[in-house]
Design a protein around this ligand. Structure first.
Ligand SMILES: *[C@@H]1O[C@H](CO)[C@@H](O)[C@H](O)[C@H]1NC(C)=O
Ligand SMILES: *[C@@H]1O[C@H](CO)[C@@H](O)[C@H](O)[C@H]1NC(C)=O
Ligand SMILES: *[C@@H]1O[C@H](CO)[C@@H](O)[C@H](O)[C@H]1NC(C)=O
Ligand SMILES: *[C@@H]1O[C@H](CO)[C@@H](O)[C@H](O)[C@H]1NC(C)=O
Ligand SMILES: *[C@@H]1O[C@H](CO)[C@@H](O)[C@H](O)[C@H]1NC(C)=O
Ligand SMILES: *[C@@H]1O[C@H](CO)[C@@H](O)[C@H](O)[C@H]1NC(C)=O
Ligand SMILES: *[C@@H]1O[C@H](CO)[C@@H](O)[C@H](O)[C@H]1NC(C)=O
Ligand SMILES: *[C@@H]1O[C@H](CO)[C@@H](O)[C@H](O)[C@H]1NC(C)=O
Ligand SMILES: *[C@@H]1O[C@H](CO)[C@@H](O)[C@H](O)[C@H]1NC(C)=O
Ligand SMILES: *[C@@H]1O[C@H](CO)[C@@H](O)[C@H](O)[C@H]1NC(C)=O
Ligand SMILES: *[C@@H]1O[C@H](CO)[C@@H](O)[C@H](O)[C@H]1NC(C)=O
Ligand SMILES: *[C@@H]1O[C@H](CO)[C@@H](O)[C@H](O)[C@H]1NC(C)=O
Length: 699
């Protein structure tokens, strides 16, 4: 102790004594203070002394308290044994200091020494004793052991086999955790409220006391997910065409990685963690809603999401446009069809209306307006894959050419078929009349299903010639009318072609288009065909025409074989309608011209002046005709085929009626109805008949 220290102490004692005297009379000050630090830390099991020092009195009574509990009482310097409550641990030193021998942990506390001296009063001072153990085998555990996002909380708690903790600290991934709404640090634990995926990581508990500093880690995994799945189809397209290949992807966040399952039509297609579903050569039946189900095995949470695959297919072929007549052949129905495909095509006629249909669209226009005649109407057929179009043009019936065909039925009746086909769109419906009377189905008349053909049946050809027939072809856009006047059996033109040496001749002929013919008689005048050069001629028969061949109504030529071509022969064709015989064709001479007989010469001699007279008459007639024509300039003249004209001339010149052989029936009654050639040419219908087909065959 230095002199200054002694002096200071004396002075302080003096001061204290002085002050004590000032207040308490003549008493000297009584004092106690720690001889060392008042805060004492020690390891458990060691010896530690809480050292004190007195002043003011020599032998005061000393009492040590642990908290409020007196544990040692003694009077310093007395020979009496101290009163000690925990003898095995506590000991009092001769100077009143308290010693702990092999101090146990539970001796931690605040110890107070109080000294009393009779007549001098009391004094006291306190120590804080910390008894510590080193911290050993620190462990952190979690409660509950399984944490998933969205649960209320989890708790991390530390545990050790021994040790007294003076301070605990918690770290998350190396950063100190402070108490907040999310974290709460309690006694020996850390509570994490509303854990989420971001709370996954390494937690560290750091425990310290004066003798150790120990940390322990715990890795926490917060399970979560699956989150909302993200589904997509690759390549991304608004739709796919059948045959395409694509890949469906499904992804969702989660820990552990959720398992993806693709479901289509109630059927599970694939299960994987990558969520890929490949579809190759996709078909329209595979279009629809695909559901991706995500499942987290640990959290047992599920999520699903749909994706709609549109798989389209072009309709096969092309759209078809049509036009029909409806409502009694008055209105037009435009139709547009494009069958098949996925989805069905949308069809419309933008020129006609704003309406549209799917797959099959039809539009009735009533009444059918004349502007539609010849107008090309386009149907727009719109399909997502490709759009197409078709068009249709409605037309009124065109000018038509009736055709006449004659046959004989099994009952032996003549069947005349008249065909009136007029090009029209929609197809024209034909109505028939005979004279002014409408023709309906009966035993004599049959109208075909499509109305374009009328079949007339009679035994007697005269019945066909009594009335003119009319066909009217009609569709909603207009009509065409034709009158057909049938003619009796007629030959319009005929000719012969011999072969080189004249032994075969080919006879060909034609018939006017409306002539009713069921067959032809080929007739010969002159020596028989098989008669040789020196044969005797039967004059009685060779001077008359006789039938040598019969040909059906369809025949237009025949071959005739002649053994002796040097003889003079005449050939002609006689048309027939069953038993009714028409005018024969012109006569064709084969072989040398016959020498002029006496009567012939006489005839010619008489004929010359007569011819002159005749020429004059003809001149006068021509003048008259020209005059008449001028007056009747309105009267239409129709073109007449040359063939018809030629037949007419030859008929009147060369085949007088009295040339008919006896074998033939007398000219039938139809001749009465028969017009003269000039009349007929005027009466011909307003169309030009096609040039007759000439068929010539040579054997
Ligand atoms: C503490 O004191 C006891 C008794 O005096 C003694 O036997 C023991 O060895 C001491 N312990 C230490 C660690 O000094
Ligand atoms: C300390 O604990 C022991 C038993 O472990 C007990 O006997 C003793 O009384 C305790 N001491 C104090 C001061 O609590
Ligand atoms: C987790 O952290 C990320 C980035 O810091 C943040 O964007 C996200 O919102 C957090 N998640 C939750 C559930 O808090
Ligand atoms: C805990 O996580 C850390 C990294 O975050 C890693 O280094 C360590 O090995 C993990 N410990 C265990 C026991 O998995
Ligand atoms: C799906 O297709 C992709 C390529 O398009 C291929 O890499 C992948 O292996 C396929 N997955 C399956 C499950 O077939
Ligand atoms: C997904 O598709 C399924 C079946 O097709 C259906 O039942 C479900 O309602 C759909 N879910 C959604 C969110 O559209
Ligand atoms: C198309 O529609 C028309 C009129 O509605 C109907 O007559 C026809 O049968 C339909 N065609 C098909 C193939 O459905
Ligand atoms: C009508 O269709 C035909 C083929 O079907 C096509 O050649 C023609 O160009 C079309 N006409 C119009 C006006 O589209
Ligand atoms: C004509 O129509 C009738 C009924 O309308 C039918 O029985 C017949 O088979 C049809 N004939 C033809 C050739 O289509
Ligand atoms: C007329 O009768 C024939 C057969 O008897 C039939 O096929 C045809 O359809 C009928 N025509 C009409 C317009 O009814
Ligand atoms: C044919 O009919 C007409 C008039 O109807 C008649 O004069 C004639 O005798 C009939 N001919 C035959 C062969 O029946
Ligand atoms: C048939 O038509 C022609 C010419 O149009 C006419 O001259 C003739 O008188 C008609 N016949 C009958 C029987 O109406």
């Amino acid at each position: 102790m230095t002199r200054f220290g002694v002096f200071g102490r004396v002075r302080s004692i003096f001061l204290a004594t002085f002050l004590t005297f000032s207040f308490q009379g003549a008493y000297c000050e009584l004092g106690v203070s720690p001889a060392g630090p008042s805060l004492v830390n020690t390891k458990a099991g060691s010896n530690v002394t809480l050292a004190v020092r007195f002043s003011g009195a020599l032998d005061p009574a000393v009492t040590w308290f642990k908290g409020n509990l007196p544990v040692v009482t003694w009077t310093v310097g007395s020979s009496a044994a101290p009163d000690i409550s925990h003898r095995e641990v506590l000991r009092i030193e001769s100077d009143g200091s308290l010693t702990f021998v092999n101090v146990p942990l539970n001796y931690t506390g605040i110890y107070t020494i109080e000294i009393t001296k009779s007549g001098m009063g009391k004094a006291a001072t306190s120590f804080t004793l910390g008894v510590f153990e080193t911290i050993e085998n620190l462990e952190v555990s979690m409660q509950p052991s399984f944490v998933k996002e969205g649960t209320e909380q989890f708790t991390l708690r530390y545990k050790m086999s021994q040790g007294v903790v003076e301070q605990q600290m918690w770290f998350f991934n190396g950063r100190e955790i402070e108490t907040s709404l999310h974290f709460s640090i309690k006694q020996s634990s850390l509570v994490v409220f509303s854990p989420n995926r971001n709370d996954t990581g390494q937690y560290t508990a750091l425990l310290t006391n004066p003798f150790s500093r120990v940390r322990a880690h715990f890795n926490v995994t917060v399970r979560y997910g699956p989150d909302e799945p993200v589904v997509k189809a690759l390549p991304a397209q608004p739709f796919y065409v059948s045959g395409d290949s694509l890949s469906l992807r499904c992804q969702a966040e989660g820990f552990p990685q959720p398992i993806a399952e693709w479901v289509f039509g109630g059927e599970t297609l694939s299960q994987s963690t990558d969520g890929v579903l490949n579809r190759t050569n996709i078909q329209t039946s595979q279009g629809g809603i695909y559901t991706c189900r995500m499942f987290n095995e640990e959290t047992e949470e599920k999520r699903q999401k749909n994706i709609t695959l549109s798989v389209y297919e072009m309709p096969s072929s092309s759209p078809k446009c049509s036009v029909h007549s409806v409502n009694g052949n008055v209105d037009l129905l435009y139709g547009c069809q494009w069958q098949g495909g996925t989805p069905k095509a949308t069809l419309s006629f933008p020129d006609l209306s704003s309406g549209s249909g799917v797959g099959n669209f039809s539009l009735v226009l009533q009444p059918a307006s004349a502007d539609l005649n010849g107008k090309t109407v386009i149907c727009m057929a719109v399909h997502p894959v490709q759009s197409k179009q078709c068009n249709i043009t409605a037309r009124s019936p065109r000018e038509l050419l009736p055709a006449v065909r004659t046959t004989v039925d099994s009952e032996g009746k003549i069947v005349v078929a008249i065909l009136c086909v007029s090009e029209a769109s929609p197809e024209a419906v034909v109505s028939w009349s005979e004279g002014s009377k409408d023709v309906t189905n009966s035993t004599s008349y049959q109208i075909s299903n499509d109305t374009t053909q009328l079949n007339i049946r009679h035994y007697n050809v005269s019945n066909f010639l009594l009335q003119n027939y009319t066909c009217i072809c009609r569709n909603p856009l207009g009509s065409q009318r034709r009158e057909i006047q049938l003619q009796g059996p007629l030959i319009s033109h005929s000719s012969v072609f011999p072969n080189e040496d004249g032994t075969i001749i080919t006879l060909t002929w034609e018939v006017p288009p409306r002539s009713v013919v069921t067959g032809f008689d080929i007739q010969l005048k002159g020596p028989d065909l098989n008669q040789n050069r020196i044969g005797i001629q039967n004059r009685s028969t060779s001077n008359k025409y006789r039938t040598i061949q019969q040909k059906p109504g369809s025949a237009r030529s025949t071959d005739i074989f002649i053994i002796d071509p040097s003889k003079t022969r005449f050939f002609r064709v006689v048309p027939r309608a069953l038993m009714t015989v028409g005018e024969p064709s012109e006569s064709h001479r084969r072989g040398p011209a016959q020498g002029l007989s006496g009567p012939a010469i006489a005839g010619i001699a008489a004929g010359i002046p007569c011819s002159l007279l005749f020429l004059l008459l003809v001149g006068a007639l021509i003048y008259l005709c020209v005059y008449c024509n001028k007056n009747q300039s309105r009267q239409t003249r129709y073109p007449v085929s040359r063939a018809v004209e030629k037949t007419i001339t030859t008929q009147s010149d060369l085949t007088p009626h009295n040339l008919l052989t006896g074998e033939l029936k007398s000219p039938p009654d139809y001749n009465r109805l028969h017009q003269t050639p000039s009349e007929r040419s005027v009466a011909l219908p307003t169309f030009v008949p096609p040039p007759p087909v000439r068929v010539a065959t040579t054997v």
